[in-house]
Ligand binder design. Sequence first.
Ligand code: GLC
Length: 467
Amino acid sequence: MSHFGYGMMASDPHPMIAEAWDDLRRALVYFRGQPVGTIAALDSSDEKLNYDQVFVRNFVPSALAFLMNGEPEVVKNFLLKTIRLQGWGKKIDRFQLGEGVMPASFKVLLHDPVRNTETLMADFGETAIGRVAPVDSGFWWIILLRAYTKSTGDTSLADKPECQKGIHLILSLCLSEGFDTFPTLLCADGCSMIDRRMGVYGYPIEIQALFFMALRCAMLLLKHDGLGKELIERIVKRQHALSYHMRNYFWLDLNQLNDIYRYKTEEYSHTAVNKFNVMPDSLPDWVMDFMPLHGGYFIGNIGRSHMDFRWFCLGNCIAILSSLATQEQSSAIMDLICYPAIENHEWRIVTGCDPKNTRWSYHNGGSWPVLLWLVTAACIKTRRPQIARRAIELAETRLSKDGWPEYYDGKQGRYIGKQARKHQTWSVAGYLVAKMLLEDPSHLGMIAIKEDKLFKPVLRRSSSWTA
Ligand code: GLC
């Protein structure tokens, strides 16, 4: 099957492409004879930990590669298998998790070697380090279902009662009313790609952007019947409130930074400018040096007296792809593509001395090849393909030679990650998806959504809006 559309005919495919497809196919996991996902890493070292499982988030780039290559079967099988797993009783010690919780990962077990029967075993967080349930899994599942539907034109999968029910359950968990006064989703540390303590508890950007994207995808997938209709109404309201909150309070640029620097504190009443009582003294030293004249980004987190100014790639790219970011904000994000790391005392406090997340390593400023597909997609949406081209060229000088590592360390990403697995499937798939997107930008349609005309950009509260 061809890997590319017409665009590729002119030049020879890069030799890494064939190698990547070989790796990706070797990573396929079969259940009762059918492919149902891809293993996290093909690393041959003994220390497998849980890298021999199919992770929901890790499968997404693999799924996109297969969809773009006209092979939707494995994606359909994956979506159906994982939604059945959702129905399992999920308990951590004596505590029952919400019905809508999706697994972080699953594996195929040879149940009875004599009769050769296989069963699936899922992990909802009860065996994960830190025992955290993955909030991102359900969102990725919805996003992938929409990608499948868009790319194949087959609406029958999404229309199946089990898929509709799956969407209802996932969203009911996130749309439920509670004590919170924010439309963002409150979550525990380690509940997404960053699956160990990194000081992202609260309202991490990764989850908020995925939440918004999943809401928009669900709107396109839900049937307008009784429960579906009711859910759609709730989604519209939440989406509205969420985009307002994110575009106003999570957004940081030079003007906004200057406003925060001059904030008064302890303000009371509706007229308060510093609504969440952020202390200007808590501005980290690096943030002003880091902020370009033109450019901006969605910060990592915001809560009461708490702003996490770290720049996270996944959340910002998804904000662009889902049109959570306005067009102006999207191009400002592309003007600034960088990432600060935390160190010394801050690293001790924030990560609890996590030896994997030392400065410029792993989730603390490490460089993840899987993000290549997200950056490429964001570049295409904002019409800056040259940035993606440069990133891919750089990746091509190292990825295959280094054995497709999970992540790189160091400020420039020049070390292979200290504990990085080799032949990490999402590094392989991320590269393939990036290549295919650049060759045929029409693929973007399956993972990007245009701005909803209903949600006109709101005016920022910044006093220097006209600057
Ligand atoms: C690590 C990563 C997580 C990923 C998993 C499997 O735990 O932090 O994001 O899903 O490995 O590759």
